[in-house]
Design a protein around this ligand. Structure first.
Ligand SMILES: [Zn+2]
Ligand SMILES: [Zn+2]
Length: 340
């Protein structure tokens, strides 16, 4: 059977659409028929060569959900016709991290869209070890964003950040595809949410999503310290270099910053006084485990969070969408309807 797919053939080149035969599953794999998949900033970084281990040519994309069309011979936990979401990677299942349920840290994991063909296609072959069942009432968009976005944020804000009810949380890049979901997760966990965006036209949407305050000024650390003399308990850094230092300066004594995104590979300035004298912590947080994805899907099924997409495009428009994201012209996640 043939399917439409977008391919990255060479670094820094636009993606190219092709009709290709869909691959048969190996023993431990399933074939998913997809409808919606998300475009992640990581896909742009992949195109631009920031991940040297990418295997070319490759079908990009790792925000995966769908209905199982076919299962490999050794797959017994999932059935044809079942709706599932996938981790953004295939864990090895054998290392110390996989064995203790921290498979997001697996050093042997293979990422869809980088090492394994990804989601910019009508069908995708996924390892059964990456799959999570999707509860009834969860839309395809929510299922596709559960691993890379909402589950990742549950991990970053809830588990790594340890946000407690009533604590203040600053979210940088709040109008981006990650930020708009971070606002919702932080609210669902009981936080007081301060959303930072450099695009004032996004403010109203961010307040509607649940942000308690929106800050648009470049000196947002001073504004926060002016409003709350001791700063925020937790900061989620979704941007990286352009906001990093001011995000760190927004923390109260003993505060914590969790870094989940970086749009620029250059090193960031790190004033050590803020770490030593104020006892601040900086943690990285990567992706999500199956438990995080289950939590995110549960919050979705209970109506606490929902996928926020500015627009849905066809595979033909993917290069234009990349440009819009680079120029910050998009609000929320851009989704691809692979059936169009
Ligand atoms: Zn992603
Ligand atoms: Zn592992």
């Amino acid at each position: 059977m043939f399917m439409k797919a977008a391919f990255l053939n060479a670094i820094k080149e636009p993606l190219v659409l092709r009709d290709v035969p869909s691959r048969q599953p190996h023993d431990d794999e399933v074939v998913l028929r997809q409808t919606l998949t998300g475009i992640c900033y990581r896909d742009i970084l992949t195109r631009d060569g920031f991940f040297p281990r990418v295997k070319l040519p490759i079908i990009p994309g790792h925000e995966i959900s769908g209905v199982i069309e076919e299962t490999g011979d050794s797959v017994h936990d999932f059935k044809v016709g079942q709706r599932v979401a996938s981790l953004i990677y295939a864990p090895c299942g054998k290392c110390e991290f996989c064995l203790r349920g921290d498979e997001n840290l697996c050093p042997n994991k293979q990422t869809y869209g980088e090492h394994l063909d990804g989601a910019y296609a009508e069908r995708i072959v996924v390892k059964a070890s990456s799959l999570i069942a999707v509860p009834d009432g969860v839309h395809d968009a929510d299922a596709s964003l559960a691993a890379c976005v909402t589950g990742m944020l549950y991990n970053a804000i809830g588990r790594v950040g340890g946000l407690k009810e009533g604590q203040r949380i600053l979210i940088s890049g709040a109008g981006g595809g990650v930020g708009v979901h971070a606002i919702q997760i932080a609210k669902a966990l009981g936080g007081y949410v301060i959303a930072k965006t450099s695009s004032p036209w996004k403010s109203e949407s961010l307040l509607k999503l649940g942000a308690d305050e929106v800050i648009t000024s470049d000196n947002f650390d001073r504004e926060i310290k002016g409003r709350f003399s001791d700063g925020v308990h937790l900061a989620l850094e979704t941007v990286g270099l352009p906001t990093f230092e001011r995000t760190l300066r927004s923390l109260r004594t003993g505060g914590k910053m969790v870094v989940v995104g970086n749009v620029d590979p250059e090193p960031v300035p790190l004033p050590l006084g803020l770490i030593i004298l104020k006892g601040n912590t900086i943690s990285g947080s990567i992706s999500s485990t199956k438990k995080d994805v289950e939590k995110a899907l549960d919050l979705t099924a209970r109506g606490k969070i929902h996928a926020f997409s500015g627009r849905t495009i066809s595979l033909e428009e993917v290069n234009t969408a990349f440009n819009d994201m680079e120029n910050r012209k998009s609000l929320g996640r851009i989704l691809i309807d692979v059936t169009r």
